[in-house]
Every structure is written in C-alpha cells, then in structure tokens.
Design a protein around this ligand. Sequence first.
Ligand code: GLC
Length: 800
Amino acid sequence: MILNTELEYKGNLFPSRIISYKKDLDTLYFTSVNNVVLQVTIQRDSVLRFRYTTASIFEKDFSYSITKYASKGFNHLEIKEDDEYYIITTSKLICKISKVDMRKSIFDAKDTSLIYEDELGFHWEESYEVGGDIVKMSVKSQESECYYGLGDKPVENNLKGKRFQNWVTDSFAYDRDTDPIYKAIPFYIGLHHQKSYGIFFDNTFRSHFDFCHERRNITSFWAEGGEMNYYFIYGPEMSDVVSNYTDLTGRPQHIPPLWALGFHQCKWSYYPESKVKEIANKFRELKIPCDAIYLDIDYMDGFRCFTWNKDHFPNPKKMVKELSDDGFKTIAIIDPGIKIDHEYAVFKEGLEKNYFCKRADGPYMKGKVWPGECYFPDFTNPEVREWWSNLFKELVEEIGVKGVWNDMNEPAVMDVPGKSFPDDVRHNYEGIHCSHRKAHNVYGMQMARATYQGLKKFSYPKRPFVITRAAYSGTQRYTSSWTGDNIASWDHLAIANLQTQRMCMSGFSFIGSDIGGFTEQPNGELFARWIQLGVFHPFCRVHSSGDHGDQEPWVFGTSITNIVRKFIEIRYQLLPYLYTAFWRYAGEGIPILKSLVLFDQEDSHTHYRNDEFIFGEKILICPIIEQNAKGRRMYFPQGRWYNFWDRTVVVGGEEKWVDADIDSMPIFVKEGAIIPKYPVQQFVGEKTIDQLELDVYFKKGNESSEVYEDAHDGYDYKKGRYSLRNFKQVGKKNSLTIQQFKSGKYKTSYDTFKIIIHGLPFKIDRVEVDNEEIDISKLNGDVTFIVSKEFTELHIIGKK
Ligand code: GLC
C-alpha cells in the first residue's frame, strides 16, 4: 500500500537566538539556533548587504544585476556587542542586530537618528510544491514615510498605500494601476524626516512589495523563491541613493551617440521601401528634424529574425545607405521567438547547437508569437549570447542598420494564460541551472545584453544603440527602453510622465514612451501635448500600432505640424544640454529627469507632486495633460525660475497658474543657469557647429553649470578626448562674473560662444573678457556678445 504522507504546513518561520558570530574581512556571519545564517557585507560606508539562508549554507553568490565595477570599501568599520545587540558602525551608518531574534535597525552615524527598522524582519514559509522558501521581510514604516521607485509602475510617484509585484509581463494596452507590466526593478526609495535610503531586493523570482497597504505602518517585500538578499543604500540625499544604486547595478557602458538623442519616428510598420522613403522625405521637406526611422516586424520574411522580405525591401543595403545619406539612421526590430522552420538558417543552427529553451522533461519550449510557432534561445547561457551577438554581423556591418529594437522579450507568448513561458522551462543561468521561475525576470535583460554585445562589436568604431521592452535591474548598462504598448488617451499622457520619472528614479534614465500612444489614435491636440512632453524625455520616439490611422507629425493639420516642429527644434537646440545630462548619468548615475521630490526632498510640498520634473539639472517642466487647457496650476520648487518663453521671473515655494495655450507648455529655467544651445539641425551632424550659444540666466549669488562635449560618437572620449566646461556665475547688485574652467583634450568645432544674458538687473557700463573690454549689442532687450571659447573670466560691470 502506498501512503500519501501530507507535509505539515508550518506557516511563517523566524530566526531564533543568535549563537555564533564570525567575521571574514568585510563580511559578517551570524548564525541562529535554528540554523538561519545572516550574512552582512559592508559594501561601502553607506551600503550594507543583507543575505539570509535557512539551510545553513548559502547558494552560489551570483547576480545578473550587480556589476563587477560596483565600488567596494569603507573608511571605517567597528563591530561591538553588548548583551542585546551586535553593533556594526561605519562612517555613515550604525546597524544593530538583535541577538534574540536577528532583527535589525539602522541609524545615521552622524546624528544617530533611526532610518530603518525591521518589524518582523526576515521570516519565511517553506514552499512545498517547488522546494525552497518564500522569503519575506517586513519593515516598520516611519512617521510620514513616503516611497518611490520600482521601475515602470503606471501610478503616482509616491507608492505609499499600494502593493505591487515584479514579474516582467507583456501588457498590451495596460492602464493606470495595471500591475505588473514590462519591467521588474525591485528597488525602492524610502523618505522620512528629510532623509532617504534605498532597498534593492536582488531576487529575480516573482517578488512583491507592499507599502503600508495591508497594514498601515508596515512595509514588506517578499519573493516566491530564492534568497532574502537585499542591499540597504543610505543617502540621505535621494540623488545619492539612486547614484549608489546604479553604482551597484551599473550605468550605461557608454554615452549614446548624439543622434540617438535626436527625434525618432516609428510605426508598426513602415513598408515597403517606398513608404519608408516617403516618410523620410516628408520630414526633410517639412523641415521637421528627425534622426532615426524604424522598421517594425514587417521588414522580415515571415517574421523570421535576421531575414528581409525581398518583395518589400529588394535591396536593404541600398535603402539604408540612401536613408543614411539623408541623415536617417535605420533601426530594426528583433524579437526572441525563432520560427520553427527547418529551412531557416537561424532556426537550424539554434537547434543543432542546442541553444533553445526546453521544458522540464526535455521537449522544446514551443510558443506562438508573430511568426507562428517558435522556439526561444536561452539567453541566460553565455554561449547562446555569444552566438546571438554574432547574428548581427550582416544586419549591422553589411547592411548598415544603426540600432536594434528588442521587443516581446518578457518573453511574450501568445494565446496562453500567463502570456509567457510556463514555470517548468529550464534555463542555463550561467551554469547554475534553474527553472523559469528564477530566470523569467532576467530573460529580456539577457537578450538585450546579447544584442548589445553584437551591436557593439559590429558598429565599432561607432557606439551601439539598442532599445528593449523588458528589463530587470541592471539592464540600463546595455540599452535604452520605452514604456510599451500604451494608449492614445489623456490619462496615458499623464502615465507616460509618471513612468519616465519613475524609471529615472529607478536608475534607468534612457527612457521614453510611445509618443501619441501606441493603440488608438490621438487627436491633434493630444499629439501636440504629447510631443511637448516627449521632447523632454531622454528617449524621444513617436510610435503607433498603425491600425488606427497615421501618426506622423503632419497628419493633424498645419497648425499642429508647426507646434510639433517648434518643440522638436527646441530638443535639437538643447542637445548639448541633454548630452551633458547623459554624461552625468553615465558617469555618476544622476537621473536625467528628476521628480520634484528628488530635486528637493526637504520641501515636503514635493513629496506628493507628480506632474512637474526637472529636465537635466536646471530646466523645470510641467506638461499640460488636460484637454482644452489654456494653462495650468503647477508647483514651483524653492528658488527663482525664469519663464523660458518671456524670461519673466517666478519665485518658487508655491503653486501658481501658468498660461500655456496649445503652442506652449510651462518651461522654466533655474536662475543662475547657463544653458548651452546648438543651432537647429535636421539631423545630428547636418551642420558643423561653428558657435555655441550660452543662455545665461542672471542670479544674485553663485551658480555652476557644465557643458560636456566630445566627438558625439566613437570611444575617443574614454581616452580623454572630451571637452568639459564648468561655468561659475557670480551675480551681484552691480556686476556679473562668469568664470570658465576647462578640462579634456577634445577640440570643439567652434571657436566662439554667443553669450546671451537674461534678466540683468543693472545697466551695463562695460564688459571685460580676461581684462579686455569688448563690444556688446542688444537683442530683444537681452544683452548679447561674442567671446572666444577660451575665455577664463568674463566681467560685466554696471553703471554707477
Ligand atoms: C509589440 C510592441 C510594439 C510593436 C509590435 C509589433 O506590441 O510593443 O511596439 O510595434 O509588438 O512588433
């Protein structure tokens, strides 16, 4: 007789009393009576890693998201114990671990204020069906604590009161509050008492976050497998939290080529070749700047990746070359599903080399996507990634495609309940073989990584450009991204604003939305408002599903076309400013868009703001997200702000009405800013920049601004061939001084600056550049003059 022994459900389990403690350089191990081990690694003075095992032995320590370049090392480490606690002190933090139950609390080392405190702390449930544990952590929410981050969640900035899960999901026409959608970024920021910290829960299984939703004062996070493994990242400045998070999970490996920051036009799909050219020509004819045009799935032969439909595109190389001669870079889509077709080379090779994912008992993972039934490469296998990267040789090196768009890489599977692989699918996972439960969230990331490797190889000596839909923490190292299949609605315009801010705050700044909406059709007003917002997003692309009519800048009538042109021209003028913000992001992880809370966390008015954000360091944007609006109320952060359009000054710290008819949008510049501008170009490189315009916004007091430039492509900048200019503005009642500090070996194409001074509060007596007096002129009330780009000090002296 076979007996069916039921396993006992034990409920939540907890670590018991700590009985031993061991130190190994920067890592401490605490073991409890019931064999739970807590490993604490002092990553940096402000970054602690907590890792728990309930099996007394840890799994192999491996993470797709933590980069090998992550900083390590601390200035100070002291470990003490008393009757109740082990106390770890660094120069920034004090962490107390209770001997009775392993619960932790963390304090600011300077003023000993409490930052973070376990409630139940680590606990777990045994998982009968699949083995291992459901690992859980609960934390006390501090007084007035707010929460931010978590990737692409389509909700208000502050996450308090909400619950989310992280499971990368194809979410066609998602809506406000749909959860989860395309990305899994298990990183959040807590803010209370003006201090902020971050939690990065580096666990790729399906994970959940509850921000005081289930219980009013408790925040918790848990995952359906794997280890409780998380990093505590202290600020107290929020921008430091984000920057330290990207120090761990990586920053873009290079600055994008400047053209990638231009305007991109996309549709599902432009074909045949004559259509692509017609669209491109129309941009040039109407003088609407555009740098990139996209080929969606219909360029392929029966949706087979790395093939061309020769009826529609008889000579792709010639077409790509002609487009390129006219300044257009061609971007082609590549999905993960490989059509089951024994005549198709990519399929045959993948099959022969055993590169496709398999089900638990051996059959291939078969799923339907655009090409019909497909197999899917296992991108968690380094050998598969290498193979995949080499598949781009022809497309990039031979045909001349400049960028690749990875889509459907959640991985999306059609006509199945979970819209993806079943849990039992096996993955290589860098040799630590596992099921899809663990690999799902990183599948798209590893595909984008392999694509990036290919593009990098075959675009050399130029920089690669990749865009992905699915992502896990760390994907920002390889690629840009967009927010997936949104809808042409006013609410989605607001959602796009939230998602892009949130992605930037979550370490992933190269982000934008499908401008105008992917499904359904916007009217001219909505399209214009979306363009106005979209030109201030790091990635700027119009895309639509195409089955609801056209969505090019000229289809809504001349007045809308003119507005669209005007705003795209502003983006092109601001390219050196955006490029500088990108350089800062790639170097230091500073988000390109800053939600107001990130800009000024000490001002509690910012904690619940959603619409306004800072573009780069100095430009305040507030999109119009309502129909028929002639303006709106918006919050101005502390300080003084110049209206971009008429240079009038607004004093911040309160909400104010701003006029913004359909051809305008609230744009303000921080006083003291020096904003670099290029002339309008139809595409990057159309013109040789023979003068850099510097818009100076007078401030009484000091302010610094930077301009970073290099060859705008290639890697010479990594060898010091860049030009960094730091401008220090000192404004006084009767004078203005601008000092320039230069570094880098790159020689810019221009020799002079055209300086335009806004808001000068005094009448000019004379202007001296490096102690020599120069001529000035007046333009629309602003003072304008030309100076050598080599100046070190410029002095404007007022009349007595
Ligand atoms: C997915 C993508 C969309 C693309 C379409 C066809 O829906 O999100 O951007 O146009 O597939 O490839």
